[in-house]
Design a protein around this ligand. Sequence first.
Ligand SMILES: *Cc1c(COP(=O)(O)O)cnc(C)c1O
Length: 389
Amino acid sequence: MDDTILRRTWAEIDLDALAHNYHRARALTGPEVRYLGVVKADAYGHGAVQVAACLERLGAEYLAVASLDEAQELRRGGIQAPIMILGHTPPEMTPQLIAHNITQAVSDQAKAEAYSSAASACGGTLKVHIKVDTGMSRLGVQVRDGRFDSGVESIARSCALPGLEAEGIFTHFAVSDEDGGDSEAYTRRQFAVFTRVLEALAAKGRTFALRHCANSGALARYPEMYLDMVRPGIALYGAGADRERLGLRPVMALKSCVYTVKRFGPETDISYGRTFRTGGETRVGVLPIGYADGLFRGLSNRMAVWTAQGPASVLGRICMDMTMVDLTGLPDVCEGDEVEIFGGRQPVDELAAVLGTIPYELTCAVSKRVPRLYIQGGGVVERSLRLLL
Ligand SMILES: *Cc1c(COP(=O)(O)O)cnc(C)c1O
């Protein structure tokens, strides 16, 4: 890849930070609990194949994605670890699941039956994990509101179907990463429902090798809920509500550079919509990054980027491809200098908070035209440009 491309806007992915975060989790869980790394959505924007390969080297026992396409990307990228699809896969794709040794989450009995018929028809066995809805009210077998017995029964029937191997069972928490007694009580209720389901199934003679429910929030806050495997996503990437509690390091740094420096007099309107007017003589840097790179337009006039000399406030609207910043108090920042949008100096969580959203949304939004640079041992070990050149 041409280095000049990288001098526009790029994302540095620190594989040493990824390893650090992985080891932090393993130190908490101990060696008996398995580790499933959630790498859906291109590993939250970090690059699924690279992150999965790193996790595989580190010893993660499982990976999870949202779709068959994402799972196949990993297999094509040489990933051999077990992969689970958390979301929807049409039952007619069952032969591909089996051929690529991919585990499918199953969220109700009708789907279990469809996967079972498809697996039997192609003469294979599909590994499945049963999803139980204990309070997320999204996917999963319903076991609340008087549906406990019927739910348990339908799980037992699903697991007994031909062509399916029920390797695991899991549930997902709605507020395990939130502070406060109410969230804690809700999470504990979800876990209690899950535990009762497991006990009722055990009483019917149905047990599972992998029972799991701990996302990042539960990894950080509820060690009693680790069961056989933890399932963190955001904690792996060093972001989220529990990053400080867990002693995590940010994996992604979004960076750009100063393309042009200009001086404007007082009363100058900057950018679309004239939402910023200079007070006095102002030294303005133009950065080649905009909302099409993943820098949310909602951050216009509400954030600073980090230069080597300190923070430079965004002036006016963030454009599709460009953003203006105030360099008036930073006379040593010149054309060509690097700036950090988020990363080690400005946690992505802080920008997410300004937007009233979660860091996941910001790392996932780093777009296709932003090259990813993989850093390990202080050097760039891989460059990944996603534009088709
Ligand atoms: C995305 C996802 C996770 C990971 O959640 P984090 O909050 O990023 O830790 C775990 N389990 C399921 C089912 C998910 O969909």
